[in-house]
Design a protein. Structure first.
Length: 264
């Protein structure tokens, strides 16, 4: 695994750490490549039930490396696009990963760092952390799906304000807007995210993946479209061993053991 990404296991939770603390974990091609592969590997590992994404040195991510971005002016547009697709490929991998992914934010998440945090399924943040769409400050425009993720929970006017001003947004405000799931004391975001991941890892893998797929994009679908997707998922789930275990456990007044199904 690349030094740009540190990995470790906490029980059934895989912890991925963006390891560039000297630059406040600014993003790099090495990180995109390693993290994208790590997510794919986690999907194939039945021993992993959830994933936590965080940054080294008590800072989530400062976004793109400006020392690298300033050189893009001398590149052909097609080459610029190729570099950008590394980020977008990583964001798509975050979206498509079957296991729940939790962002653990300390310090701050700026620019593409904010995009990556919002791309995760759940977000745990320190109360003292900040978020910012800083692109406008350096004459750039958002990437990494930031405008799409923000548009899921704010109005067009608020979205435009956030992107045109690039001001810092407190974790408390994002929590009030619905983007942050858990607010915790400074220094405890990673531990809280791991605890949440451990709880999720006790659930049924395939049902969890289906729920992720249903929730992703639900705001943009019509009721009829969502009903169709729900019907397909329910029919599939009813024939799954997970449902047999879950319903059986409920009827027998015992706790369901979904982790036993992974060992079969």
């Amino acid at each position: 695994m690349s030094e740009a990404l540190l990995t470790r296991r906490e029980g059934a939770v895989l912890v991925l750490v963006n390891n560039n603390p000297a630059a406040r974990n600014a993003l790099s091609p090495d990180f995109y490549t390693a993290a994208t592969q790590a997510l794919a590997d986690a999907d194939a590992d039945p021993g992993i039930g959830a994933i936590v994404l965080t940054g080294a040195g008590n800072f989530f991510c400062a976004g793109g490396n400006l020392n690298q971005l300033i050189t893009r002016r001398d590149m052909a547009p097609a080459d610029r696009r190729e570099r950008l697709e590394l980020l977008h490929g990583f964001v798509r991998r975050l979206r498509d990963t079957a296991k729940p992914v939790i962002a653990a934010v300390e310090g701050g998440a700026a620019g593409a760092g904010m995009s990556v945090a919002l791309a995760c399924d759940l977000l745990v943040s320190s109360r003292t952390a900040f978020f910012s769409a800083t692109y406008i400050k350096v004459g750039l425009t958002p990437d990494g799906g930031l405008t799409s993720f923000l548009a899921e929970f704010v109005s067009r006017q608020v979205l435009t304000e956030m992107c045109l001003l690039g001001e810092r947004i407190t974790a408390e405000r994002l929590h009030a807007l619905g983007a942050v799931n858990r607010l915790v004391d400074a220094g405890s975001a990673e531990a809280a995210a791991i605890a949440l991941g451990a709880q999720l890892a006790q659930g049924p893998d395939r049902a969890s993946a289906r729920i992720k797929a249903l929730c992703r994009g639900a705001h943009a679908r019509t009721l009829d479209e969502q009903l169709e997707l729900e019907a397909r998922s329910m029919v599939e789930s009813q024939g799954d061993d997970e449902a047999q275990e879950g319903i059986g456990a409920f009827l027998q007044k015992r706790k369901a053991d979904f982790t036993a199904l992974r060992r079969r």
